[in-house]
Design a protein around this ligand. Sequence first.
Ligand SMILES: Cc1cc2nc3c(=O)[nH]c(=O)nc-3n(C[C@H](O)[C@H](O)[C@H](O)COP(=O)(O)OP(=O)(O)OC[C@H]3O[C@@H](n4cnc5c(N)ncnc54)[C@H](O)[C@@H]3O)c2cc1C
Length: 627
Amino acid sequence: MANWETVVVETDLLICGGGFSACGAATEAAYWAKKKGLKVTLVDKAALDRSGAVAMGLSAINQYVGVKDGENTVEDYVRYVRQDLMGISREDLVYNIARHVDSTVHLFEKWGLKIWKDEQGKYVHEGRWQLMINGESYKIIIAEAAKNAIADAGGELIERVFIVEPLLDGNRIAGAVGFGTRENKFYVFKAKAVIAGMGGAVHVFRPRSVGEGFGRSWYPPFNSGSSAYFTIKAGAEMTCQEVRFIPVRFKDAYGPVGAWFLLFKSRAISAEGGDYMTTHKEVLQNYAPYGLVKPIPANLRNYLGMIDVDAGLGPLYMETAEAIQNIAAQYKDDPKAFKKKMKELESEAWEDFLDMTISQAILWASQNVKPEEKHSEIAACEPYFIGSHSGASGAWVSGPEDLPTPYKWGYTNMTTVEGLFAVGDGSGASSHKFSSGSHAEGRIAGKQAVKFIVEKGKAPNVDMAAVEKLKERILRPLDLWDKHKNETTDPEVNTNYMMPRQYLHRLQKLMDEYAGGVVSAFKTSKALCERGLELMSMLKEDSEKMAARNAHELTRAWENIQRTWQAEAHIRTILFREETRWPGYYFRSDTPKMDDKNWLCFANCQWDRGTGEWKMMKRDIWTIPGV
Ligand SMILES: Cc1cc2nc3c(=O)[nH]c(=O)nc-3n(C[C@H](O)[C@H](O)[C@H](O)COP(=O)(O)OP(=O)(O)OC[C@H]3O[C@@H](n4cnc5c(N)ncnc54)[C@H](O)[C@@H]3O)c2cc1C
């Protein structure tokens, strides 16, 4: 076995991940842990300042309810999420996050985030729930608060360690194991409670960008399904594994469209000029009541555009020039003011990209796009798993103590595994939390995890012989490489192993062709899912044969294995749900209609640690009375 040092870290609370939800968890948990003399340890695969989906910055905070100014109520937000997810949402969780999110946003501002204000000192909204920010350093600001809180409570921050497997003591979490991505160290974390906040997953499906652009995606490449893998392998019940997210974005550089639709009130059209939201309006009847209420759910908006693409009416375009001209038109009688407004709008358009997707600005520049003169191509991206955004996949977690929710078995945000909590993209059926809501949810879970430790915490019982076996399995790709690398003239072509990139291509091809990726125009069926699962069982066998030259490739290898489990949970749940509820996310051609009678319910799954079998189950939807 590769000669890597074993480092054992003992802690009370282990936070896996360092993104928005984990930073929220750390900030809050450290506060309570300090009072109780407990230790909090946060482990991030990357460096906290720039890790996770907000690494590059954002131009808007997407969840702000505005309760103090009477702008909206928490119940309004619950209705909004119910509507956007076609009736499938955990209203208790959405409610809980919504009632706490404003205070999180106020903390962000206190910590130094610049939120735009108007002349009256009120926040500038992008849309009903979104606030405009100068967000290039958004993640650094939030990370600094988490770092300070951890340091103040005497906790530990460990960066560049990739968490692989959970450690269990019966049905109770006991910690995790992982490895250094820069140093040859194998880590064993022993903990009384664990929070899984390792984001969602990308590159499960083949991206549109292949070849020279390979790796480019809407979702950040470093989130590879670790939260899902960790909770599934711990034996936790999972929910909404079929609810992937497909954003429509500016094509090829995946630039954001929110500011265009919400702030600039732009239209999207087909190549023939038809506004697909109008021309296909009648299709929305099939998805009543959701299709008939504004805002139209994101997946249905996607779907109406996809109808045009399927009919050969692509490319689709964002009418940027028209939108800018429309806004500036109010100054048409004053040429000086008109010119000034045009300049202002032009710079806002570019800043939107420079704040969060710089490559889109570069692509526009390289393709001579002037948004004020010419429209720009948009397209549906490949599918992603991001339960905090408009997808919903994640662990099935316990609801808040004070609501009469039927989903309650202890501590808020605790999974069905004792002491294991899930947050952000890691917790399911509570979509539309975004950056602020994920942080708020992290705070909720952080406090609850400390409460769990105080009330039920016991020293973790970790079987070190089992850990030694895990170490051998986790480092095996290095051993395979060392053992066989000299057997062929090209070390990347070898019958005894495959390289992580080769494995990744195979996984992505499978998902693309059988589970409704870009190549299959987001369509799948029972037969395709079944064949996909058959091929996946062989792929999983071959996952034992991945080789790695170094820690960098070892990370790639384990990212792939984690993605594969996310992929399997996804196909199994699409297969289980015999209807098409989110046609703009995936379309089951053999069950093309929405079926509220049989499927207005959660589709949950659970992998059995003893037998290795998957169990699929329906769970009832609970709606908050009177909402
Ligand atoms: C392109 C894009 C645009 C967005 N735009 C907006 C917006 O405009 N406004 C808004 O409010 N929200 C936006 N969001 C949503 C927001 O970014 C997410 O809701 C939020 O980041 C989710 O928090 P999280 O903690 O679950 O995941 P993340 O913030 O992504 O954090 C995941 C963390 O887990 C770590 N990690 C991953 N794997 C491992 C492992 N194996 N071991 C240890 N650590 C690991 C990562 O390094 C990272 O620190 C956007 C998201 C995307 C992808």
